[in-house]
Design a protein around this ligand. Structure first.
Ligand SMILES: Nc1ncnc2c1ncn2[C@@H]1O[C@H](COP(=O)(O)OP(=O)(O)O)[C@@H](O)[C@H]1O
Ligand SMILES: [Mg+2]
Length: 435
């Protein structure tokens, strides 16, 4: 210690575990952070069970991933797990399992099996009451008589994997009457929200990404459906040319991929129910914007990250910003994986492309039959066949703009539009090429 006087000021376990409960998780995002670990452990099946049983209500998150040895499990329960990460690993701070779980419950138990050939499971618990009493960073053996742990061990008889158990759900259940109907309904509502959230943040893993097998996620036995923000299954969705951008991070340079989509307006969706489903948790308006993916896991959904404002007219514009873990430092990802900051350099680089996208989305929005602005005011007194012809010409105009964008000739197209404006303003009007 270079000959200087030193003093031990290790943190108070009781105080720090208490304050770490409030770093911004809600129930669904806490479950998602635990599922991150399952995905990172190569799981192909993740089952979430949310069981109402009065004050004994509990949550199980079970996976068939690689599992942990008993020493690995102990390390996993350390706040700030000591380990190395490979590129693409979803983990980062060595905190998620503990902070996410204890943001919702007071007792976290983990049961795991890592040997394929031998049925050997290990189990350890973090208990906030014990940590409060002892003011020590302690992990305990939950013992063999704990029914939840017994059930977990039975599930792991089939193969490797991990079961995370949340008990004493003090942040989820009401203090009074946890056995009542209100508490049961609350758990049901949370199960629905969790399924939606997982379907969104893990949609790429559920659909299958790269050479990794698809991951099946269930919540209370129901299979979670992937929610692709870009409606790529809809034939009328338009994708603009992809862009790859180099971004500097302390010590390295990484590549960010930008993909831009104009989603179909309501009347161009395959069916109204799909339009509603694609609306997303915050609805069309607030779901417009950037979808940021870190190593294929969605970490931010919607909003323009300060590049522009939310606007009803651009609600059909959505774009993905994808980066790998080599750019973590540049993106400043927070512990709960619900917020990143776009590097200033990247914001500048993508601004023109985002604005182009919004011009097209605005066009698409104005030209929908359902939009109040679809027909210019002078059309309203026109017979229906004339209105239909105007609509068709406007659709053609939009298609031309989209095509120019798709073949990466937007600058050339702008010149063509400018020339037309000068020389044939009636064609510009007919094609609806207003600014
Ligand atoms: N379901 C799981 N399967 C295998 N290993 C796990 C699982 N959950 C956690 N771990 C191990 O515990 C470690 C700590 O997890 P966590 O606290 O979420 O931090 P991080 O994911 O940032 O490393 C992980 O890095 C991993 O090695
Ligand atoms: Mg983790």
């Amino acid at each position: 210690m270079s000959g200087r006087a030193w003093f031990d000021v290790s943190p108070s376990a009781a105080r720090l575990t208490g304050s770490l409960r409030d770093i911004g998780y809600d129930f669904a995002s806490a479950v998602a952070d635990v599922v991150d670990n399952s995905v990172a452990a190569g799981a192909t099946r993740v089952e979430i069970l949310i069981e109402h049983d009065g004050s004994d209500s509990r949550v199980f998150i079970t996976d068939d991933g690689a599992g942990m040895s008993s020493s690995g499990l102990l390390e996993a329960l350390r706040f700030g797990t000591r380990r190395q990460y490979r590129r693409g690993d979803l983990g980062r701070y060595g905190l998620g399992l503990k902070t996410a779980s204890l943001s919702q419950c007071r007792v976290l138990s983990v049961v795991s099996r890592s040997s394929k050939s031998t049925v050997r499971t290990c189990a350890r618990s973090l208990d906030l009451d014990l940590i409060d009493d002892w003011d020590q960073w302690v992990v305990v053996d939950p013992g063999n008589r704990e029914p939840a742990v017994q059930r977990a061990r039975q599930w792991l008889a089939e193969g490797t994997g991990t079961v995370v158990i949340w008990q004493v759900l003090d942040r989820v259940l009401p203090e009074k009457r946890p056995e009542g109907g209100w508490a049961r309904r609350r758990l049901d509502t949370l199960a629905g929200k969790t399924a939606d959230h997982l379907g969104m943040v893990f949609h790429r893993f559920i659909d299958g990404v790269g050479d990794r097998p698809q991951v099946v996620i269930t919540v209370n036995g129901q299979k979670v459906r992937a929610w692709d923000p870009f409606a790529q299954d809809e034939s009328s969705t338009v994708e603009l040319p992809l862009q790859r951008l180099e971004v500097e991070s302390p010590g390295s340079t990484g590549v960010v991929t930008l993909r831009r989509f104009v989603l179909p307006a309501r009347d161009r969706f395959s069916c109204p129910a799909e339009f509603e489903r694609l609306s997303g948790p915050l609805n069309w308006n607030r779901q417009q914007g950037l979808y940021v993916y870190r190593a294929n896991r969605l970490v931010q959904w919607g909003g323009w990250a300060g590049i522009r404002g939310i606007d009803e007219h651009t609600k059909l514009a959505r774009a993905s910003v994808e980066f790998d873990t080599d750019l973590d430092a540049a993106f400043n990802i927070n512990v709960a994986k619900m917020r990143v900051t776009l590097p200033a350099q990247l914001r500048q680089l993508i601004e023109p492309a985002v604005n182009e996208l919004c011009v097209l989305a605005d066009d698409a929005y104005r030209k929908t039959a359902g939009s109040a602005r679809s027909a210019p005011p002078e059309d309203l007194g026109q017979p229906p066949e004339v209105r239909a012809a105007t609509q068709a010409a406007a659709t053609a105009g939009l298609a031309l703009r989209m095509a120019a964008m798709q073949v990466d000739e937007w600058a050339a197209w702008e010149k063509i539009e400018a020339l037309l404006r000068e020389e044939s303003p009636e064609v510009v009007r007919l094609l609806g090429l207003t600014e």
